[in-house]
Design a protein around this ligand. Structure first.
Ligand SMILES: Nc1ncnc2c1ncn2[C@@H]1O[C@H](COP(=O)(O)OP(=O)(O)OP(=O)(O)O)[C@@H](O)[C@H]1O
Ligand SMILES: [Mg+2]
Length: 134
């Protein structure tokens, strides 16, 4: 099964999250600048002319389509790096994905999601690198 992770994080966490994902072998992704609010409905700021409400705050959305078995590790990595503990750290949504097609080759499904040195290529390499037991 294929899933899509949609992670909404603080803008200043983007580089650290991207690096951490790269480190665990998550390669393909899409990044968007978004504006939104969660359950607090924005923030109230105090300026010279009094207080005003900013109800849409800038955030970054990272979309990653990946195999089911890599979702938990990816979610853990994002949470670890993106968490400050303060209100507004963001949310992660997970969706099922019907199909993936790599346009150049026509590959579908998991094959269309394979990248050199990605999280799955590494675990296969680790298994095949194990010494033979007589
Ligand atoms: N229900 C939602 N659907 C889609 N996007 C959302 C939803 N809730 C929040 N967002 C997006 O996530 C961003 C961060 O939300 P936020 O971290 O404030 O969530 P929260 O549930 O209010 O948690 P917290 O109490 O930690 O603030 C928002 O700015 C908005 O872009
Ligand atoms: Mg909030």
């Amino acid at each position: 099964m294929t899933k899509k992770i949609e992670a909404i994080i603080r803008e200043e966490k983007l580089n650290d999250v991207k690096d951490a994902l790269r480190k665990i072998g998550i390669v393909g992704m899409n990044v968007f600048e978004v504006r939104g609010h969660g359950r607090q409905g924005g923030i109230v700021l105090t300026g010279r002319s009094g207080t005003y409400r900013v109800d849409l705050l800038p955030r970054v959305q990272i979309n990653i389509v990946l195999s089911d078995h890599n979702v938990e590790k990816t979610v853990e990595t994002i949470c670890q790096v993106a968490q400050t503990g303060n209100i507004g750290d963001g949310l992660i949504f997970i969706y099922p994905v019907e199909e993936v097609i790599r346009i150049r080759t026509g590959e579908r499904g998991r094959e269309a999601l394979m990248y050199a040195d990605d999280i799955d290529a590494r675990s296969t390499a680790a298994v095949s690198a194990k010494p033979e037991v007589a």
